[in-house]
Design a protein. Structure first.
Length: 168
């Protein structure tokens, strides 16, 4: 996945609308389905937990289906990009310990993966207004830059390919 610039205002606006729509749909759908099931299949003991749970599950599956169906819609561009970025960064994070060891030994692919992770994290944290750990990220990037200089590696986030993670 290649990093790309996105409009923070548009992203936040669209993300908020998607979240609100999901919350409202989950609330209305689960209550509506549960009430329908309770009316069709009343329980003499008055316990309707299983019907309420069924309503939540059916509605959640429906919301997931709708989100997946419309993921390529222009309205969802930024939201899907951030979602996929988070998945890509999570894959790298799971391998980070091995990547750092390999980078210390001069592995170019490991350095590029770590650099991509730092660049993606910087973008993600900026979009989400999570600037608390930016200083720490700057220190990590400086350490990586020192390693890159030591091994004469040019760091470029665009040269990262997720396939290299299979080696680690």
């Amino acid at each position: 996945m290649k990093l790309k610039e996105i409009d923070k205002t548009r992203y936040r606006k669209h993300l908020n609308k998607v979240i609100y729509a999901c919350v409202l749909s989950l609330t209305a759908g689960s209550l509506g389905i549960a009430q329908l099931l309770i009316a069709l299949f009343p329980d003499a003991s008055g316990t309707h937990f299983h019907w309420n749970l069924t309503g939540v599950i059916i509605t959640a599956v429906f919301i997931g289906f709708v989100l997946n169906k419309y993921r390529s819609h222009p309205f969802m561009t930024e939201v899907v990009y951030v979602w996929e970025l988070k998945q890509a960064l999570n894959q790298i994070t799971r391998k980070m310990a091995k990547l750092k060891v390999a980078a210390q030994n001069g592995d170019v692919d490991a350095m590029q993966a770590i650099h991509y992770s730092y660049a993606g994290s910087r973008q993600l944290w900026t979009l989400d207004d999570n600037t608390i750990t930016m200083e720490e990220l700057g220190l990590w990037q400086a350490e990586l830059n020192t390693l890159a200089e030591k091994y004469h590696v040019t760091l470029d986030a665009t040269s990262y390919d997720a396939k290299v993670l299979k080696r680690f």
